[in-house]
Design a protein around this ligand. Sequence first.
Ligand SMILES: [Zn+2]
Length: 79
Amino acid sequence: MLKCRDIAAHASEHLDGELTWKQSLGYGMHLLMCGYCRRFVRQLHATIACARTVAAQDTLAPDEARRIAEHVLERAARP
Ligand SMILES: [Zn+2]
């Protein structure tokens, strides 16, 4: 069974669809059972969507949006 820190550490691969089916199954099982991680993943989705929206409006360079998303993922992976 994955732990909460595993969910944060592999969030990027999860969102990019880079997990194997077995990893994805374990990830999904943890999310079914853990409200904290469901909230974390939901907020991560919202943050990325927000960064993409801002980038699409030409108010933020695409590279800056990517750096913001990476920063969020780095902060989330910290214990
Ligand atoms: Zn969890």
